[in-house]
Design a protein around this ligand. Sequence first.
Ligand SMILES: Nc1ncnc2c1ncn2[C@@H]1O[C@H](COP(=O)(O)OP(=O)(O)OP(=O)(O)O)[C@@H](O)[C@H]1O
Length: 509
Amino acid sequence: MTLLRVEGLTRSFGARRVLRDVSFRIAEGEIVGLVGANGAGKSTLGDIIAGTTAPDSGLMTLQGHPYAPLSAEDARHLGVGVVEQLIRIDPELTVAQAVFRGTAKARRPQAELRRQAQVLLAEVTLHIDPDTLVGELPHFVYGLVEIARMLAEDTRLVVLDEVSAALLPDEVTGLHAVADRLRRQGRGVLYISHRLPEMLEVVDRVLVLREGRIALDAPSAALDPVGLAAATIEGTTPVPLPRPAADPEPARTALVPSRPAPVDGEVVLQVRNLRVPGHVEGVDLDLRRGEIIGLTGHRSSGVREIADALSGELPAITDEVVLRGEPRSTGSPEPAPVLRLPAYSPDEDAFGVDPGETIARTLTDEPWGALTDLRTEIAQLRGVIRTVHSLDVKTLSIRTVFGALSGGDQHKLALARWMASAEDVVVVHEPTRGLDVRARQQVRQLLLEATAHGTSVVVVSVDPDELAECCDRVGVVSGGRVATWIDTQDLTADAVLDAILAAAAAAAA
Ligand SMILES: Nc1ncnc2c1ncn2[C@@H]1O[C@H](COP(=O)(O)OP(=O)(O)OP(=O)(O)O)[C@@H](O)[C@H]1O
């Protein structure tokens, strides 16, 4: 039976027509994937369904009744909830309070909330104490807490907007188990994602949003990641590609071809026996000029702490640190910041950029608009327009405020700005998180151009596809050490995935 019916939805922002004539259905007990290029309007569509944005025209029905929510609260009351990747929850709340906030049970005593929260948290595979303060949780967990709230509210339709983007492979498996449970309970799920290979593993049907319309509506069994990625890009014909019957579990096909040749430059960063008390037990790193190495591993593997030690956020002890041929403080005997490599992370609020500032101002360092040199100003603005064009940012003007861009477009521009002013040895977290297939190529191009000019990069990521696409070799961290290095010739998304899972299994044994 149809749960949600959407007919002829339109939505514009100023002169930009984002949704033109969107029609589709979601059945009870169905998980529907929604994919499309950055700026295609996926979040806008999700927001309309979840009541945070109103459509300009069009109709929706929920379980056969007219559905036109006036707010997110109204939508939740009617049985529709949205979970976003960068969701904010008051850090002062306990997890139990967070699970029941905004529900009829919110005012019940903490002991009662605690008991009931525990059951719901177990359902979303979150094994944490419900008395923990939200502020003490890593940010990636917020989405799962929010899904527990959906379960508490008996939500009929759950919109998952890029929730898997920041998750490790087995966490994605946990998320999929939750989605599957929702399906078996007869609820509906709209699953928005750019991580196509994983998404295809769980959804029943896929919608491709392109040029404001549903360009493809096909069962997932008829699609493969490469064909689906092509269907999201404007100008290509959406053709469902049959999956070979003889290969029920096809290998993860690279959506972006891997880097052509390994580099063989001088070592610009050498670290010996890096230790972060309680987290990192002795890591050696050799980073060559123009090289991109990847680091990955579980939340408790120590990978985050290695990255934080490299950027000076965590004190560390080493036997030796040599940067650009110069010995550095080893942090011995007392832990101390041993390096201060610049680090970029898409986790920062608004990507570390003022969301109220225009694109033009965001991408120029000089304060322009003052009485300065006109030629310089023109050159700067030309540079901004070139960047916006080359990164294919969906905007009608460089005077658009940064915060009005789609999440992917914000991330691309923020990273480009950061790379342009960064030093020659840097740490980059999740460079392609939330980006479509073309944008991933553009970011990879940014990295390649930087490395061609001698920049060396440490990429820290949870995404096997990203690591295989961007890096020359990848270290998989487990128990505070690099358990495996995967070299260029063996570097595939499958190899990274297998190594992460093997390291996690070994750590748990
Ligand atoms: N409040 C707003 N004001 C102006 N423009 C907006 C606003 N919200 C969204 N847009 C525009 O609508 C378009 C679609 O944005 P949306 O966030 O829905 O895309 P998306 O498909 O979710 O992209 P991504 O994959 O990058 O998250 C973008 O071009 C964006 O600039």
